[in-house]
Design a protein around this ligand. Structure first.
Ligand code: AMP
Ligand code: ZN
Length: 464
């Protein structure tokens, strides 16, 4: 069956064709690890995970690369302001490297909790500094760069088609870029390739280069890593819609200027998670929730959030509220109950997936990842009159895309509140190294029919 995807570059939904038959190179812009990811960020990673799973479901081999931004992302998107990492390090009294390590682990934990498949290749910006310097040199040799007192910049006026992804008039992009003034820039949309460490300041993360000691501009890492790890498989590049005007536009400009060849063929963008009143969830707005706080610690299974994300198409803003979480909680638990009722029949011994239902499901996900429609196809399957064994086999097949752990329901029940309270108290006791209290609480939890396991990722609670 044909797979249709919306390409932001052409602003159209067209049949997907891989550059090399049967395999897809996928690049997804990763987190800046100066803070926890918020559930808005995680919505984008869920959308990208669905994309990856749908490609796999369609029989493609996928090579997936994700960067970890651990240097160079400034508080202003236009190369102004402070480095987010260094600022956080000062505030927390830890080194920038420690900050990066801590929030990288937190991010990996979040995506694990959401059943997001980890990329095949993780790359840290700080591990590709040499390649980033080499790319700037190429651009310099080709005449695309100029120096100012604070860095080396890309001259966007030299790159034809600078607005091909944003589809904006150059003047309106420039207008937006003028907000943060840098009088030395030749054009407001020009962006830093290399920034010098400020005079008299020794940054924690800085490197020598032929232009002076400093650090790479934020957009550079994604160009370098895409080309380094995906080579001739530059199929799909993703991020949130906020990346269209600046980050991805600049990635395209510097990559195509350097190689003289088209960069990625497909650009896909996830819409925002918004909260009451239509405001986007953002760290800069101070209105953000983390998965840990809003779900794990609140005793709501994190897969509820994954399920919630399926209710809105990825190109539409998703509204987040207590009511939407409650609805998703009910929806997931209803689905789990439906599956429990048929699971007894076991997977069909002949592995007999219902072709009719699979077709409907595939049609939905292949229509630009239409998850609301796919969820309707799930209900149609469960309410159909095919036998339970076949239903169960078919739903487990769908779960390759859904990623809701439908074959493993026992682990994913919400804990009753009395158990959750004891679990929280035990966590506190352990944090305070009060082992006796911790053991006593474990016994109390056990008496309520739950087993506690202490694993490197934290405490696991399993129904016995
Ligand atoms: P950052 O760590 O800020 O680079 O963002 C990580 C990813 O989350 C990027 O792909 C952003 O485009 C995306 N993003 C940021 N805010 C939101 C939001 N409110 N809803 C959905 N995605 C977002
Ligand atoms: Zn990127």
């Amino acid at each position: 069956m044909k797979l249709y995807l919306y390409n932001s570059l052409t602003r159209s939904k067209v049949e997907f064709k891989a550059v090399q038959p049967g395999q897809v190179g996928l690049y997804t812009c990763g987190p800046t690890v100066y803070n926890f990811a918020h559930i808005g960020n995680l919505r984008t990673y869920i959308f990208e995970d669905i994309l990856r799973r749908v490609l796999l479901y369609n029989g493609y081999r996928v090579k997936h690369v994700m960067n970890i931004t651990d240097v160079g992302h400034l508080t202003g998107d236009r190369d102004m302001g402070e480095d987010k990492m260094e600022r956080r390090a000062l505030r927390e009294g830890r080194t920038a490297w420690e900050i990066a390590e801590f929030y990288t682990q937190a991010f990996k934990n979040d995506i694990k909790n959401l059943n997001i498949l980890p990329p095949d290749i993780w790359v840290k910006a700080t591990d590709t500094i040499d390649e980033q310097i080499a790319l700037i040199k190429t651009l310099e040799e080709k005449g695309y760069t100029y120096r100012t007192s604070d860095g080396v910049y890309f001259d966007t006026s030299k790159f034809k088609d600078y607005t091909k992804l944003s589809h904006q008039k150059l003047e309106s992009l420039q207008e937006g870029a003028r907000v943060e003034k840098n009088p030395e820039k030749r054009n407001p949309t020009d962006f830093a390739l290399w920034k010098f460490s400020p005079h008299g300041v020794q940054r924690q993360m800085e490197w020598d280069s032929s232009w002076g000691v400093g650090f790479p501009g934020w957009h550079l890492e994604c160009s370098v890593m895409s080309m380094k790890f995906l080579g001739d498989q530059l199929d799909i590049h993703c991020g949130g819609t906020d990346h269209i005007d600046v980050h991805h536009t600049n990635e395209i400009a510097q990559s195509e200027a350097a190689t003289g060849r088209p960069f990625f063929k497909w650009w896909m963008h996830g819409a925002f998670l918004i909260i009451a009143g239509g405001k986007k969830m953002a760290k800069s707005e101070g209105n953000f929730l983390t998965l840990d706080h809003a779900f794990v610690k609140a005793g709501i299974h994190p897969l509820v959030y994954r399920f919630a994300a399926f209710q809105t198409h990825y190109r539409k803003p998703m509204e987040y509220s207590d009511e939407s979480v409650q609805a998703a909680r009910n929806g997931l638990s209803h689905l789990q109950n439906q599956i429990r009722q048929i699971a007894g029949a076991g997977a069909d011994p002949q592995n007999n997936i219902s072709a009719e239902h699979k077709n409907k499901f595939l049609e939905a996900v292949n229509d630009d990842l239409n998850m609301p429609r796919a969820m309707a196809a799930v209900q149609e399957l469960l309410k159909s009159n095919i036998n339970d064994g076949q239903k169960y086999t078919t739903i487990l097949d769908f779960d390759r895309v859904l990623g809701l752990d439908l074959d493993n329901l026992a682990q994913h029940e919400d804990l009753p509140s009395e158990v959750q309270k004891l679990v929280d108290a035990r966590q506190k006791a352990r944090d305070a190294r009060e082992w006796e209290a911790s053991d006593r609480l474990r016994d109390e939890i056990q008496a309520l029919g739950y087993m506690v396991q202490d694993t490197p990722e934290g405490m696991k609670v399993i129904k016995t």
